[in-house]
Every structure is written in C-alpha cells, then in structure tokens.
Design a protein around this ligand. Structure first.
Ligand SMILES: Cc1cc2nc3c(=O)[nH]c(=O)nc-3n(C[C@H](O)[C@H](O)[C@H](O)COP(=O)(O)OP(=O)(O)OC[C@H]3O[C@@H](n4cnc5c(N)ncnc54)[C@H](O)[C@@H]3O)c2cc1C
Length: 397
C-alpha cells in the first residue's frame, strides 16, 4: 500500500483481504487450476461465503448493493492483492467481464433490468458475458460489425456471429452489441441489448481453444451464433444508438481494472522469483541470487512494477476526481505500458525457475498462457500507443 493513496477505509479492509487471499486461496490455487472450472467453482462457492462473512465481498459496490463502497483508487489497491492468486477476484465477485457489466447496468439499467439481471449478478448468483467482437471484422475498430437487431413489434430479432465472448459458457445473459440502424452515423448505429443465454437462437458454437486450453465455464472464450434470437425491446440498455457511448463507458474503467490486476500478478511473480533465487543452490557454493543477471532482473522488475503502480493509481485518482472520459489518455497509456511490464516480469520469473517455471506445478505458467491476451483485448497495444502519440504530436502541429 502506498501511504499517499491510503485511506482509513482501505487500511481497515486491506489486511482482511490480504489474510483471506493468503490463507484461503493461495494454498489451494494449483489444486483449483488442475480441476475443470465447474468443479473448482464448488470450492470457490465456499470461499465466497467466507468472503461475505468477513465483510470483504464485492468491494467496488456500494454498501446498499452489498459491497464495501470503495473509490476507484481504493479498489485499485485491493484489486492488486486479489490478483496475486488466479481466483482472487472471482472469490469476491469482482471478476471480468461481470464487474464491467455490473458497472454498466448499475448506471443505465431500468428497474426491471435491475431486478432481473443486475441484482442476481451483484449477489454472485449468476454470471454474465459481453458479446461485441466478431471474427469477420477488425475488433480494434468495432464500428464495423455485421450483427443486427431488427425491430419486430415489441421484440428485437438478433442475427450475427460473435467470438471471444469471454465466459459465455454457463453465463445467464450476454450484453450484445448489435446494429439497430445501419443508416445512422457510424457511432450511432449500434445498441447494447441484454440477451438471456437460454433464448432460442443463442447458439454457443464452441469454446475456442486458446494456448492449448479449451477451458470450461468461466474460463472460456465463446464463439456464438445469434440466429433469429428474439428478445423483448425492454432488454435494450439505455437508448437505441447509444452502443458505442456505452462501450466507452464500460471499457474505460474496465481497462484500469485489468491494469490493477496485472500489477498484483507482477508482485506475486517477483516474490516467487526472489524466493526461488535465494533458495536455489547452484552447487558451487553460490545460490541463484548471487548471479548478477538474476539481480538485474529483480531490480528491473521492482522498478517497472513501482512505476506502473504509481501510474495506475494516478489514473484511478483522476477517474475518481474527473471521470473516466477525462482520464482517456492516461487509461490508454497504462493499458499498453502495464501489459508489457506484466509480460516482462512473468517471463523473467519463469526463466529464473528454469524448467520448473514452465510446469503447471507453479502458477506462473498459467498466468503466462492466460495473460498473453492482455496486449490484445480491450484495444491492442498499437491502438493505445497511437492514441497517446497523436495527443503528443498535436502540440507540435
Ligand atoms: C483473451 C481475450 C478475451 C477477450 N474477451 C472479449 C469479450 O469478452 N468480449 C468481446 O466482445 N471481445 C473480447 N475479446 C476480443 C478483443 O476485444 C479483440 O480481440 C480486440 O479488440 C482486437 O480485435 P481483433 O482481434 O479483431 O484484432 P484486429 O482488430 O484485427 O487487429 C489485429 C492486430 O492489428 C494491429 N492493429 C490493429 N489496429 C491497429 C492500429 N490502429 N495501428 C497499428 N496496428 C493495429 C494490432 O497488433 C492487432 O493485434 C477478447 C480478446 C482476447 C484476446
């Protein structure tokens, strides 16, 4: 915790969350990862009960919604400790993509949507997914898409092909981005619509194999065909044509959530690196930690993580003070900066462990596979760099 960003509320909550993560989750993380997700979910359900009893449940939510009422800056620091184990966020019901959907619906849902979808989601009784990217179009420029929602009486009929809908398998509903007016301005063509996954025409084609894993349940990326999928017009979020505006609202905080998480993963990887370095006997009277290369990696990782943390907390503070729109450039900057630090630190931690590093006996290899996507999702690095560079170059034109 950095003193500058510490508050009384955070100082009261932080040790409880830290103890929960270290005592309840880290000791069983490998066991959980070795099981199919739906089996692990039963154990995680018990952990969720403990989290509720400890008063640490859903820290990003207000107390009237069952949470702890943290600001973005406070949550950033809790998120970091949760991320030091793969299911930390899941255990407290603040895992992506649900957290993004909760934040979106909390702001824009109708009373009926709130009751049917948001409340059970906040309570951790159901899961959700977010269905925007299509295989046929460049996701980095999502104004182009083929999925349509055509009005028919009091319903929309949705047709389209999506992929990389994370956690669709077992989700109760999807928030689907679809074109509702193809003739409108390109930023007003699409809308977001809630689609329960048991609606006829919601067809989960497959869980897409990624880095050798197909996964199950929450740990999947779904390919979905929407085929004459009929939902009531009352499932529209906000108004017709507001899809891109809502996507920006959802992705801004979503990106910072990822960055907070990545810093936690880096901290754990560095911790593992150091522990291994001091204990690995090299057989010549030295331990691994005596080697200068390892010392360089440790020092570089420390500096990178600390720099990333200050940048992320500064961005979180800006969001708290001025909203996510004002922090747009800062969010783009940390998105590519921190994801690259994550890759660097994980790679060094694995290399330090030698062959052990790439085994599934340690959590490092799981993160290495699962987090490679960090440089792609929520906008690839190149797009965020371009946003930052254009802002800088404007001053020279
Ligand atoms: C693990 C993971 C989870 C995901 N979860 C979801 C989800 O839940 N819901 C959902 O809707 N989507 C999800 N996505 C999809 C994700 O948002 C898209 O993959 C992303 O927006 C990039 O789109 P694309 O894959 O079509 O790549 P493209 O847009 O085809 O881009 C390909 C590559 O081109 C380069 N590039 C693109 N634009 C530029 C530019 N302006 N300048 C220079 N280079 C450029 C980048 O290197 C990029 O990686 C997920 C993706 C991953 C990897």
């Amino acid at each position: 915790m950095i003193e500058l960003f510490a508050t009384e509320k955070l100082m009261a909550l932080y040790p409880k969350v830290e103890a929960f993560v270290k005592e309840e989750l880290q000791p069983i993380e490998i066991e959980l990862l070795k099981q199919p997700f739906n089996q692990a979910a039963k154990i995680l359900e018990d952990k969720r009960t403990i989290a509720r009893q400890l008063g640490i449940w859903a820290p990003f939510l207000n107390s009237e919604d069952g949470g702890q009422g943290l600001s973005m800056t406070e949550f950033a620091q809790i998120s970091e400790i949760l991320a030091t184990t793969p299911f930390g966020h899941y255990a407290l019901n603040c895992q992506a993509p649900d957290i993004g959907n909760i934040e979106l619906l909390n702001k824009y849902s109708t009373e009926d949507q709130r009751r049917k979808y948001l409340k059970p989601l906040m309570e951790g009784k159901i899961r959700s997914c977010f269905s925007m990217t299509e295989p046929g179009f460049a996701g980095s420029n999502p104004v182009n898409m083929d999925t349509t929602a055509i009005r028919d009486g009091n319903d929309y009929i949705i047709n389209g092909h999506k992929w990389f809908t994370t956690a669709a398998d077992g989700a109760a509903f999807a928030i689907v981005m679809a074109v509702t007016d193809k003739d409108a301005d390109k930023y007003r063509r699409a809308s977001m619509i809630i689609v329960p996954t048991d609606t006829p025409g919601f067809n989960l084609v497959r869980n897409i194999p990624v880095m050798g894993e197909t996964g199950e349940g929450y740990l999947t990326h779904g390919e979905i065909r929407y085929e004459d999928c009929r939902v009531p017009v009352s499932n529209l979020i906000d108004e017709e044509g507001s899809g891109f505006l809502l996507a920006q609202q959802r992705l801004g905080p979503g990106r910072i959530h990822h960055c907070m998480r990545w810093i936690g993963i880096c901290e754990r990887a560095l911790d593992m690196m150091c522990r291994y370095a001091v204990s690995r006997d090299m057989g010549d009277g030295t331990v691994l930690a005596d080697k200068q290369t390892i010392q360089n990696w440790i020092a570089e990782s420390r500096a990178e993580i600390d720099a990333a943390r200050y940048m992320v907390l500064h961005t979180a503070h800006m969001i708290d003070q001025q909203g996510s729109k004002a922090a747009r450039i800062e969010i783009s900057t940390i998105k590519f900066f921190v994801s690259n630090i994550l890759m660097n630190v994980l790679d060094k931690a694995i290399q330090t462990h030698g062959a052990l590093g790439i085994t599934d006996d340690l959590v490092l290899s799981w993160w290495y596979r699962h987090e490679r996507g960090s440089r792609i999702y929520d906008g690839p690095d190149e797009v965020h760099k371009s946003v930052l560079a254009k802002k800088i170059l404007k001053q020279y034109m």
